[in-house]
Design a protein around this ligand. Structure first.
Ligand code: IMP
Length: 191
């Protein structure tokens, strides 16, 4: 089976490729000659994931899935949430976003948070949603160089290291995206 994963994020693509069985061939947006920035204008993870997957299915004709992820920090009333990619401003990069989170949490000891991923799958026009989450705490400083995004400051509950200090396989076995992908693969096996 061929499925497009609607992302331009090479880290996500690599994570997903390591999580799905070989029978499912994952195509990137580049593989289908889609060089556009996909719409991400909704106020929910579900809405954004659905928009991206539907856009590719309708405009390129491929069965497709897309994800949207948010980091919800309890002491910040769930921020950055659906705005995680652009928390420090429209053109912000991961470093800026982490710096802002660390600034906002300065002096705060209650640092619990949750990463939430929603995957929207469109097969022959039929839509299915899958969700995965991972609870953790925001560290006071960055640790590790692997992964991407907020990984250097996110320490999953039950671990003494951040996502950025884990191998891709270790992160995938406990992460929000890993759990959502597991549900996606189980669903694909069942149809
Ligand atoms: P997206 O909209 O799903 O691409 O992700 C929103 C933001 O969350 C981006 O800034 C990503 O870097 C960040 N993000 C998504 N997944 C992860 C992850 O697994 N670890 C750390 N940051 C992530």
């Amino acid at each position: 089976m061929k499925l497009v994963f609607a992302t331009n994020n090479l880290n996500k693509l690599s994570e997903i490729q390591s999580l799905v069985p070989e029978e499912i061939e994952i195509l990137s947006l580049k593989d289908i000659d889609c060089n556009e920035e996909l719409p991400e204008t909704k106020f929910t993870l579900e809405g954004n994931a659905l928009d991206k997957a539907t856009y590719v299915f309708e405009n390129y004709g491929y069965n497709c899935f897309a994800d949207d992820t948010g980091l919800e920090i309890d002491a910040l009333n769930g921020e950055p949430g659906v705005y995680s990619a652009r928390y420090a401003g429209e053109n912000s990069v991961a470093e800026d976003n982490m710096t802002l989170v660390l600034q906002k949490l300065e002096g705060i000891t209650q640092r619990t948070c949750i990463f939430r991923t929603v995957i929207a799958l469109v097969i022959d026009g039929n839509i299915t949603l899958f969700e995965g989450s991972c609870s953790g705490v925001i560290k006071e400083t960055r640790s590790g160089v692997k992964g991407f995004g907020y990984d250097p400051i996110f320490m999953p509950i039950g671990f003494k290291k951040t996502f950025a200090e884990m191998s891709q396989n270790e992160k995938g076995s406990i992460s929000h995206r890993g759990k959502a992908v597991k549900k996606l693969v189980e669903f694909l096996d069942s149809i």
